[in-house]
Design a protein. Structure first.
Length: 247
């Protein structure tokens, strides 16, 4: 799965599962999600907002189908509220190519320290785990400035929600002051036989660039899920990596 917005690089990326002492409930939930990697085709609808929460443009609608060859997995259905022109299709394709290149960077999944995760809230319906980031693992997401919260359904041992947020302001690239970033995802059950999938993301942030205040956000939803066989499996290629939490 892939998810995006200006502070998203897509909603799923590699999870480091091999760390010691991962809480068993969290470990089970993450492994169930990993087992479903690239087995769902879906329609993605994106709406971008400015700092005041006003829509910057109309919705863009895309379709993702991992059963197709890599170059054909994404298709554009609607561009900012209308059928895309040839020029808009080219613009969209260039944007997709840039997103593919960014996936070579370390994802959030690679820098989460699951071995130091601990429960901060426990009830019959949900358990919330706080997951720190690995110190020094990323310049883009400094470990001491962020916290990750993962909500698990203890009965089904599946993920219900995910939240990444800043603990305090910090500077990026020596110029921009990031005041607040928050990404919240909720998971929805599509089929009782499989783990719930991300269905809705809200992402927003504010800060300063030189003397100017900047900020914005995005709302991304997924619908029309269809169970498919990943294209790579046609060639008996074992992926071996999870692309969950690929921010």
């Amino acid at each position: 799965m892939r998810r995006r917005a200006w502070l998203l690089c897509g909603f799923f990326g590699l999870l480091a599962l091999g760390r010691a002492a991962v809480p068993p409930l969290l470990d089970a939930a993450v492994r169930k999600l990993q087992a479903d990697e690239d087995h769902w085709a879906y329609t993605q609808t994106t709406m971008a907002f400015d700092r005041a929460g006003k829509a910057k443009e109309r919705v863009t609608v895309e379709r993702y189908d991992p059963s197709r060859p890599v170059a054909e997995q994404w298709s554009l259905l609607q561009w900012q509220g209308h059928e895309p022109t040839a020029g808009e299709m080219r613009t969209w394709k260039k944007r997709k190519d840039r997103e593919q290149k960014r996936r070579e960077e370390k994802t959030l999944g690679e820098i989460m320290d699951l071995g130091r995760a601990h429960a901060v809230s426990v009830s019959e319906s949900e358990v919330v785990f706080e997951v720190p980031l690995l110190p020094g693992a990323s310049q883009r997401l400094p470990a001491d400035k962020f916290v990750v919260l993962m909500t698990v359904d203890p009965a089904r041992e599946t993920l219900q929600g995910f939240n990444l947020k800043t603990l305090e302001p910090f500077r990026a690239m020596g110029v921009a002051k990031i005041e607040r970033i928050e990404i919240e995802a909720r998971f929805h059950l599509i089929d009782e036989r499989y783990a719930p999938q991300p269905g809705h993301i809200l992402a927003h942030g504010t800060g300063k660039l030189l003397f100017f205040r900047v900020g914005g956000g995005a709302e991304i939803t997924w619908s029309d899920f269809k169970r498919v066989k990943p294209y790579q499996e046609r060639f008996e290629v074992k992926i071996g990596e999870m692309k969950a939490f690929g921010f």
